[in-house]
Design a protein around this ligand. Sequence first.
Ligand code: SF4
Length: 387
Amino acid sequence: MSSVAIKGWCPSAHRPMPSGDGLVARIRPRGGRLSAAQALAIADLADRHGNGLIDLTGRANLQIRGLRAQAHEPLLAALAQLALLDADAETESQRNILVAPLWSEGDDTHMLATALERALGERPLGLPAKFGFAVDCGNERLLAQNSADIRIERSASGGLMVRPDGSSNGRFVTRREAVPAALALAKWFLASGGANGGRGRMAAHIESGARPPHAVDDGAVPARAAPLPHPGVRAGGALVGIAFGQMQSARLRVLAEGASGLRMTPWRMIYVEGVREIPEHDGILGHADDPLLRVSACSGAPACEAAYAETRALAAALAPHMAAGAHLHVSGCAKGCAHPGPAAVTLVATADGFDLVRNGSTGDAPALRGLTRAELLADPPAVLGDR
Ligand code: SF4
């Protein structure tokens, strides 16, 4: 029996969430990867059952938008056929793993992500909905800036380690020990009272004074964090940006055709396996200097009912006026879903126009208030740069 989630929950395939443009159903690729055939099928499902729009989320998942309520059951059946559906909503929620996307077949990241996913699928632990794992075992850590509660990662001395978020140290592990150690840490989190009413995060738990057992924290410190990778062709494929983390089904088809698979990232980018050039299509960002890489925006109006204004067209119009390396975020309300962290400039839509925050996030004090769209677009350098 399909169900529709209470608004405000994280959407999933089993429990889609109502939004301004219909239901939103989230698809969690296994190991962060879709085969080309799975990606093409999702593009078809988005057209058949939704409004053709597909989000790439900050947790490296896809979302079909504009889903009609009566299309939920057929969508679940199709996802099951594609091996993209978990047994139930709880198993789906628990399989919350970010995988560093530039792995090679059989390396530590690939092997451990596969093993962790299998282990989490075997038995629900009762972890909170937002509780997640990261598997990030390259020589430099790619996911250091991305939210995760338990990390399997490379240590500075070259071995593997498991680390709770909020602690600068972790525990050295062998490849065989890594997944059991991560699960033991998750169970400690629950047993020590880290979860309350389906909520709770590791960093807050440790911040509150909880101490992982002595077996965790033997002085292992993580390897250096890598800078965010740029779009471009690499050995074995191409990393491409997806403007605003949203695409029409046609764009997903272009990416899948000619690829052996697509790996999702939490950076509004997709790694296209097996191609030697950047696929050409509107909204596929293949070059590091593309202005659209300097901006982000939440769904805004009309897709989100909470939004006070349209966001993405405004962000696109302002993008060329942002300096290289500076980031502009446009938020449809103060919640700041799409970019909770700070940006050089954050515009927050309110009932009275846009508030502008410098070097902060939606919750910080604005430098300017009540700007109209026309004022923002009339002389962007003056407003954005405080000329
Ligand atoms: S920040 Fe506000 S307007 Fe934007 S998606 Fe979140 S709730 Fe909607």
